[in-house]
Ligand binder design. Structure first.
Ligand code: PEP
Length: 256
């Protein structure tokens, strides 16, 4: 495996450019000694220039929460991977459950976005996860497998630029995280599928856990052997909370 843990924050639709600058003023000094984990923050599009500028020269990377698959054109309201790259983004989150369930994104659309983002040289965090109904119907593994296979169709040789986030929909924004051992079981299964897709590259992919991660549960989650990072929503909005999670990752990185 060998890769550093990835501690990623998803701000969703929160913060203005001014609030972004204030956030990093507080956050950067809290984590400036940490260099053994990778730290990524994905703010709203409008905040990306401020985030990139304010974090220049630090270990913090900036990413986006979504993009469209075309490079440019008559697609009102959309942002392309070319634009994200030019703005200084290193990563883009694709297939987040809010994109799937609020905005109706299909696996096929998400796959087009994955291909396009990779073509532009962005790294991708592909989110997968089952709803409560799917879990209760015993469909967790079926859903995860099809989201992975369809989302990664055609990019099996580029898995070295992809990370996966396992985010059970019922755990996102609810305050109720998956039990670490339940998440671990799904992470193991995800590695199994990735291995079937590309056995040479699967070991280098980081499978992150997301869903109500906070300072109080981050250690138990990150201690699981197949959990290689976290994608944090609510708790990434508070510099102090997110810094604590980064530091927990840094402490565990010594032993993982
Ligand atoms: C997310 O937005 O990806 C997420 C996991 O949110 P939260 O941490 O708030 O559950």
């Amino acid at each position: 495996m060998g890769e550093k843990l990835l501690i990623a924050g998803n701000w969703k639709m929160h913060k203005t450019p001014t609030e972004t600058v204030e956030y990093f003023k507080e956050f950067l000094p809290l984590v400036n000694e940490v260099n053994n984990v990778e730290v990524l923050i994905c703010p709203p599009f409008i905040d990306i220039p401020a985030a990139v500028k304010t974090t220049e020269g630090s270990n913090i990377q900036i990413g986006a929460q979504n993009c469209y698959f075309e490079k440019e054109g008559a697609f009102t309201g959309e942002i392309s991977p070319v634009m994200l790259k030019a703005a200084g983004c290193k990563y883009v989150i694709l297939g987040h459950s809010e994109r799937r369930h609020i905005f109706g994104e299909s696996n096929e659309l998400i796959n087009k976005k994955v291909i396009s983002a990779l073509e532009e040289g962005l790294k991708v965090i592909l989110c997968v996860g089952e709803t409560l109904e799917e879990r209760e119907s015993g469909l967790t593994f079926t859903v995860i497998e099809s989201q992975l296979r369809l989302g990664l169709s055609g990019v099996e040789n580029f898995l070295d630029r992809i990370e996966i986030a396992y985010e059970p929909v019922w755990a996102i924004g609810t305050g109720v995280a998956a039990k670490p051992e339940d998440a671990e079981e799904v992470h193991k299964f995800i590695y199994q599928i990735l291995n079937e897709l590309n056995s040479n590259q699967a070991g280098n992919i980081r499978v992150l856990y997301g869903g109500s991660v906070k300072p109080s549960n981050a250690e138990a989650i990150l201690s699981q052997p197949h959990i290689k990072g976290v994608l944090v929503g609510g708790a990434s909005l508070k510099p102090n909370d997110f810094a604590q999670i980064v530091k927990i990752g840094a402490k565990l990185a010594e032993v993982k």
